[in-house]
Design a protein around this ligand. Structure first.
Ligand code: ARG
Length: 464
């Protein structure tokens, strides 16, 4: 069992059960690179203020770098009796370079160290997740562009409402993921703060330079209050909250794919390579990938509630409870990356079944609103037009006729304003093309929206 840095005050060794219960290294070893970078920055600053002398700084840096390589290549043994990644690395550094290693923790505590590591880690992961989101948005946009000729029944209450372009429907998801991308970018400014030098909670009596370490690590600035610096986890909660919203968007998309893939809808066919079979029913081709994305949404919601509950009513400043933040944060990162990644792979392989979509458009009197609008254009008030069209639909239901098979004499029985040109607006494509208002579903609008989306993504690429 390794000797703990804080062993001095204790008369007997830690109980083995307590070692197991309190360790966090099995999870937080994931932070090793950030821990090493944080320590190098801290060491450089200690060098500048004369605490690390002569060749000590070089030794610390070389030692930390060699530990980093060993961990990277799987040659490092993490000892759970040393609790966490911070003590494991520090103990190994001292073993490798001697006394200089023991100076590293001057003017620092694991409380500011762990907060620094987690912030550095999240900065990197948020950047990666945003890049994945951009790839995904590009795929959504491409699929929308390739299918501009498909009109689907737009729904409200999961009932046929009005025809919309499939591309318009897909671009609605583009908007959601663009907001997720933006949200993650905005919260980054609150992640991008350096708590290093807050020490245990009070700050330090050594003349440390917190701006230097903050700049060295690429943070915008040091945290303004040392108590807040070590006890704040808002940045982690915000990240998980933004992820929960993003997963909610993914779950809506996947739910639609699952429904569209059902025999009842048959709007799409999933690629074989992204579907799975049943071990008992040979005919089955199941949408397990979208189902799992929908299911994993629950994990991320759970992670958010776990973090909020963890932090609820915690007195200032650091409390050991906060060690429990790692699981939900790491799990959220993993879930987000795998879900966005798999959906980016799945989407381009979906085949939209124009035949069944067209059949579906014939049901549900989907252009009834266009008929009412037609009557308004012919001089009717909207309320009367609505009533007349309602009566017309009731008649169609009772006679099993449709708007396009009804003959002109029948139309005239409901309103003398009907003329032959009514047949133009019972056609779903004409209906779509009439929706020329900004943000509406006409082919012209949607084409323009896709061009704007492309320019937006190209701009993002230039920025990063
Ligand atoms: N393992 C701890 C965590 O992840 C590091 C900080 C420990 N600080 C302390 N005072 N025990 O939160």
């Amino acid at each position: 069992m390794a000797k703990k840095p804080w062993q001095g005050r204790f008369g007997e060794p830690t109980h083995e059960k307590v070692e197991d219960f309190t360790e966090s290294v099995s999870l937080d070893k994931r932070l090793y690179m950030e821990d090493i970078l944080g320590s190098i920055a801290h060491a450089k600053m200690l060098g500048k203020i004369g605490i690390l002398k002569g060749d000590e700084l070089d030794k610390v840096i070389t030692g930390l770098e060699s530990i980093g390589r060993d961990i990277e290549e799987g040659r490092f043994y993490f000892d759970k009796t040393l609790e966490d990644v911070h003590m494991n690395i520090e103990a190994e550094l001292t073993r490798r370079i001697g006394d200089a290693g023991k100076k590293l923790h001057t003017a620092r505590s694991r409380n500011d160290q762990v907060a620094t590591d987690l912030r550095l880690y999240l900065k990197r992961e948020i950047h990666d997740i945003r890049t994945l989101l951009v790839d995904f948005m590009r795929i959504i946009m491409d699929v929308a562009e390739d299918n501009l000729d498909i009109v689907i029944p737009g729904m409200t209450h999961l009932q046929h409402a009005q025809p919309v372009l499939l591309s318009h429907h897909l671009m609605a998801y583009f908007e959601m993921f663009a907001r997720d991308h933006q949200r993650l970018g905005e919260l980054l400014q609150r992640v991008n703060i350096s708590p290093l030098g807050s020490a245990a909670l009070a700050g330090s009596s050594y003349p440390i330079d917190r701006w230097m370490t903050a700049m060295e690590l690429g943070f915008k600035e040091p945290s303004r209050n040392s108590v807040d610096g070590v006890s704040d986890r808002d940045f982690a909660i915000e990240f998980v909250a933004a992820s929960a919203i993003c997963m909610m968007h993914l779950s809506r998309l996947t739910e639609e794919l699952i429904v569209w893939n059902s025999q009842e809808f048959s709007f799409i066919e999933l690629p074989d390579s992204y579907a799975t079979g049943s071990s008992i029913m040979p005919q089955k081709k199941n949408p397990d990938v979208p189902e799992l994305v929908r299911g994993k949404t629950g994990r991320v919601y759970g992670n958010l509630v776990a973090l909020l509950t963890l932090m609820k009513a915690l007195p200032l400043a650091y409390n050991r409870d906060m060690q429990e933040d790692k699981g939900p944060v790491f799990d959220t990162v993993d879930t987000m990356k795998s879900c966005i990644g798999i959906m980016t792979g799945l989407l381009p392989g979906i085949r939209f079944r124009k035949d069944t979509i067209m059949e579906a458009l014939d049901k549900g009197f989907i252009t009834a609103t266009d008929i009412a609008d037609y009557l308004v254009r012919k001089g009717e008030t909207f309320r009367d037009a609505h009533r007349i069209t309602g009566e017309l639909v009731a008649y169609l239901v009772s006679t099993a006729k449709t708007l396009d098979t009804l003959d002109m004499n029948d139309y005239k029985r409901f309103s003398p304003r009907f003329e032959d040109d009514v047949f133009n607006c019972v056609d779903p494509v004409s209906s779509v093309d009439l929706k020329l208002t900004y943000g509406g579903t006409s082919r012209k609008n949607v084409f323009d929206a896709i061009q704007r989306a492309r320019a937006f993504l190209d701009d993002l690429n230039h920025d990063s």
